[in-house]
Design a protein around this ligand. Structure first.
Ligand code: NAD
Ligand code: TYD
Length: 353
C-alpha cells in the first residue's frame, strides 16, 4: 500500500468544495486529493481548471448514493480520509423538491458512511470522516443570541432538516461503529464560483443585466457571512486537528440584514461599473417572502477559536469587493452556468428571467 496521504473530497466541483480542493492540492503537494462529484447543475469542473493538471489531483465522476462505486474508488486511490461536502444546498429548491434533498443529503451521506465503514474494515485504514454541515440545523434566532455547538437542533426547511438528519447519522456511526467522525456547522458563505441562485451572486448577476433584484419579504432577515476561503482554511484545520466525535461551529462574525447587504452591493456595483450612484438600487423589488423564512443566524465559534486557533481573516466589504471583481472578470463562467436549466429554475422561482 502507498504511504501517500490520500483524501477523498465529495462535492469538490461545487462552490465550497472547489475552494477546499484547490487549497489542499496547493498546500499539500505530497498528498493525493481525489475529487468525487456527480456534476449536478451545481458542480462545474471549470471551477478547478487552474489545478486540474496537478500531479497530486484526480477527478472521479460518481454519485454518493452509488455505494459500490464509492467503495471501489476508495480502494483505487488508497484513501485515508474523507471530507464530505456533496449535497443539495439551496433552500428554495428544497421547498420546491424536498425528496431530492432526502435522497442526496440523508441517503447519500449515510451511503458514504457505510462505504467508508466497510472500506476501513477491509483495509484497516484509520482515517477520519469529516462531514461539512450548516448552521441552519439549529433553526432560527430572534434578534439576540448565538448558535453554539450545544444549541438543540430545530431545522425548519427541507434543506436544513435533511442536513440535520445527515448530522445525526454521522454521530450515530461514531457511537455505534466507532467511526472517527468530525462535523462542522458553518454560516452563509460567499465568494468566487458560487452558483447564481444564492443571494449575493444572484444580485450581482441581476444588477449587471439591469433586471429586478428580488428581496424576500421586507429584507429584514439576518445572515452571518463568511468568505469561502476562510471556510476552506477552517476545514483544512479541522480535518487535520479536530478531535474525533466533536462538532465545531464556523462563523464570519459578520451579520447583515438582507436589505442592507443588497444596498451595499448596489453601491459597490455602481462604483465599479461607472453607473450613476443610486441607479442599481432602483432595481430593488420586494417580493413574496420565502415560506418558513428563518429570521436570523449568528454563530458562536469560540470553540474553534480556542481549541484550534482559527478566526475569519476577511473583512466583509473587502471580501464582497473581491467577489464582485471575480464575477465581473468571469462573464464566460456566469454565461455557462446560467444556461437553459438555470433559466427554467429562475422562471419557476421568480416568474421572470
Ligand atoms: P454546491 O451546491 O455549490 O455544490 C454541491 C456539489 O455537490 C456540486 O459539485 C454537486 O455536483 C455535488 N453533488 C450533488 N449531489 C451529488 C451526488 N449525489 N453525488 C456526488 N456529488 C453530488 O454546494 P456548496 O454551497 O458548495 O456547499 C457544500 C457543502 O457545504 C454542502 O454540504 C452544504 O450543505 C454545506 N454548507 C454550505 C454553505 C453555503 O453557504 N453555501 C454554508 C454552510 C454549509
Ligand atoms: P440564500 O443565499 O438562499 O441562503 P440561505 O437561505 O441558506 O441563508 O439566501 C440568503 C438570504 O437572502 C435569505 O434570508 C433569503 C434571502 N434571499 C432573497 O431575499 N432573495 C433571493 O432571491 C434569494 C436567493 C435569497
Amino acid at each position: 500500500m502507498s504511504s501517500t496521504h490520500a483524501i477523498l473530497v465529495t462535492g469538490g466541483a461545487g462552490f465550497i468544495g472547489s475552494h477546499v480542493v484547490r487549497r489542499l492540492v496547493r498546500r499539500y503537494p505530497t498528498y493525493k486529493i481525489v475529487n468525487y462529484d456527480a456534476l449536478t447543475y451545481a458542480g462545474n469542473l471549470d471551477n478547478l481548471t487552474d489545478i486540474s493538471s496537478a500531479s497530486n489531483y484526480a477527478f472521479e465522476k460518481g454519485d454518493i448514493n452509488d455505494m459500490d462505486h464509492v467503495v471501489r474508488t476508495l480502494h483505487k486511490h488508497n484513501i485515508n480520509g474523507i471530507i464530505h461536502l456533496a449535497a443539495e444546498s439551496h433552500v428554495d429548491r428544497s421547498i420546491e423538491d424536498p425528496l431530492s434533498f432526502v435522497r442526496t443529503n440523508v441517503l447519500g451521506t449515510t451511503s458514504m458512511l457505510e462505504a467508508f465503514r466497510r472500506y476501513r474494515k477491509d483495509t484497516g485504514i484509520e482515517g477520519k470522516f469529516y462531514h461539512v454541515s450548516t448552521d441552519e440545523v439549529y433553526g432560527e434566532l430572534g434578534d439576540t443570541g448565538y448558535f453554539t455547538e450545544k444549541t438543540p437542533y430545530s431545522p425548519r426547511s427541507p434543506y436544513s432538516a435533511s442536513k440535520a438528519s445527515s448530522d445525526h447519522f454521522v454521530r450515530a456511526y461514531h457511537a455505534t461503529y466507532g467511526l472517527p467522525v468530525v462535523i462542522s456547522n458553518c454560516s452563509n458563505n460567499y465568494g468566487p464560483n458560487q452558483f447564481p441562485e444564492k443571494l449575493i451572486p444572484l444580485m450581482i448577476h441581476n444588477i449587471r443585466k439591469g433586471i429586478p433584484l428580488p428581496v424576500y419579504g421586507e429584507g429584514a432577515n439576518i445572515r452571518d457571512w463568511l468568505y469561502v476561503e476562510d471556510h476552506a482554511e477552517a476545514i483544512d484545520l479541522i480535518y487535520h486537528e479536530g478531535r474525533p466525535g466533536e462538532t465545531y461551529n464556523i462563523g464570519g462574525d459578520s451579520e447583515w440584514k438582507n436589505i442592507d447587504l443588497v444596498r451595499t452591493l448596489c453601491k459597490l456595483m455602481d462604483e465599479k461599473t461607472g453607473r450613476l450612484l443610486g441607479s442599481s438600487e432602483e432595481l430593488i423589488h420586494f417580493v413574496k417572502d420565502r415560506a418558513g423564512h428563518d429570521h436570523r443566524y449568528a454563530i458562536d465559534f469560540s470553540k474553534l477559536k480556542n481549541e484550534l486557533g482559527w478566526t475569519p481573516a476577511a473583512d466583509f466589504i473587502e471580501g464582497l469587493s473581491k467577489t464582485i471583481d471575480w464575477y465581473l472578470a468571469n462573464d464566460a463562467w456566469v454565461e455557462r452556468v446560467t444556461d437553459g436549466s438555470y433559466k427554467e429554475y429562475y422562471e419557476r422561482q421568480y416568474g421572470e428571467k
